[in-house]
Design a protein around this ligand. Structure first.
Ligand SMILES: [Cu+2]
Length: 236
C-alpha cells in the first residue's frame, strides 16, 4: 500500500471514530463550548418622555437651527437607546478602533466604548472649530481645540471610567466615553443589544444609562445558546 492511500485510510478511520464518539456524547465539539450570547432589549418603565429640542444659536450653516437632545432617547415601543450593557469580569474589545465623530455639531455616536488603555479617534467632519473636553477624575482631563482643518485627533484612556465629553464651542454638544475591559454593547435605536462569545455560567450583567443610572442583573449563559433578557430602567 502506498503512503497516500494509507494516510487517507487513517484519516477516514479517525473521522469515523470521532463521529461515533460525538454520537455517544463522549466529548463535546470545541465550538459548542466556546460560549453563548446575551441579547435583549433595554426598556423604559413609566411615561416615556419626548426628546427635548435645543435651539442652535451659532454656526447654523453647519449645525442647522435645531438639535435633538440625546440624553434620553425612548422609541415608541419603549426601547432605550445608548444604554451600555456589559458583562462583569468577561474581557472583550470592541471591533475595530472606536471613533467619535463631530458631524452637524453633534457627537456621533452619543456613547462610545473604549477598552482600558485604548485609543479613540476624534474626528471633525464639520470643518469648523470644535473642542474636545472630558470631565474625568481617574483619567487625565483632555481639553483640546479641534479647528476645522484638524480632521482627526487620537486620544488614549488609561483607566476604566465613564467620562462625559462636551464641546465648549457648542453648549448642546455632549457625548460619553465608557472606558472598560468588560465585554459591552451599546443599545441601538429601539433598545436592542447583543453580546456574543460569553463563557457559560452565571454572570453579572451591568447596565448604565446617563440619566437613568445603573442596574445589575444575573444572567445565566449556556454554551451555544442565546440568553434573552429584558432590562427595565425608570426615572429615579
Ligand atoms: Cu462643537
Amino acid at each position: 500500500m502506498d503512503l497516500k492511500l494509507m494516510a487517507a485510510r487513517i484519516g477516514r478511520t479517525l473521522v469515523a471514530v470521532s463521529g461515533a464518539l460525538l454520537a455517544l456524547g463522549v466529548f463535546q465539539p470545541i465550538w459548542a463550548q466556546s460560549g453563548g450570547s446575551i441579547s435583549g432589549r433595554v426598556v423604559f418603565v413609566g411615561n416615556a418622555p419626548q426628546a427635548k429640542k435645543v435651539k442652535v444659536t451659532k454656526d447654523t450653516q453647519k449645525c442647522g437651527s435645531e438639535i435633538s437632545n440625546e440624553e434620553l432617547i425612548v422609541s415608541a415601543d419603549r426601547g432605550i437607546k445608548n444604554a451600555v450593557v456589559s458583562v462583569a469580569g468577561v474581557k472583550g474589545k470592541p471591533q475595530g478602533s472606536p471613533t467619535l465623530d463631530q458631524k452637524g455639531c453633534v457627537f456621533a455616536p452619543h456613547v462610545v466604548v473604549v477598552p482600558t488603555g485604548g485609543s479613540l479617534d476624534v474626528l471633525n467632519n464639520d470643518g469648523i472649530l470644535h473642542n474636545f473636553h472630558t470631565h474625568s477624575s481617574k483619567n487625565a482631563v483632555i481639553n483640546k481645540a479641534q479647528p476645522g482643518f484638524k480632521k482627526k485627533m487620537t486620544e488614549t484612556f488609561a483607566q476604566a471610567e465613564v467620562i462625559k465629553v462636551v464641546c465648549d464651542a457648542h453648549s448642546w454638544m455632549a457625548a460619553w466615553v465608557v472606558v472598560t475591559d468588560n465585554k459591552s454593547a451599546v443599545s441601538a435605536d429601539g433598545g436592542g443589544f447583543k453580546i456574543t462569545d460569553v463563557p457559560p455560567g452565571t454572570h453579572k450583567v451591568e447596565v448604565w444609562h446617563e440619566t437613568l443610572g445603573k442596574l445589575t442583573k444575573d444572567v445565566t449563559v449556556k454554551a451555544g445558546e442565546e440568553a434573552k433578557v429584558t432590562i427595565e430602567l425608570s426615572k429615579k
